[in-house]
Write a protein of this length. Sequence first.
Length: 67
Amino acid sequence: PYQYKRFVTGGTESSVVQRSLAGVRVVTVSVPVRYIHSPIGIMDKSDYRNTRRLIAGVVRRLAEFSS
């Protein structure tokens, strides 16, 4: 399962990395977290587990392309 981010606010350094040197491909993956900038954020454990599964799958696929 996945969700689309409806409103893009805030930012990451991925665009800086993408434009560095000859340019590299980047992807930003976010875990849905409520109150992200407070001392205590709240997330659903299943969102965390599924995000880990997504990233592991992407890494496996990238390894297939690089070999």
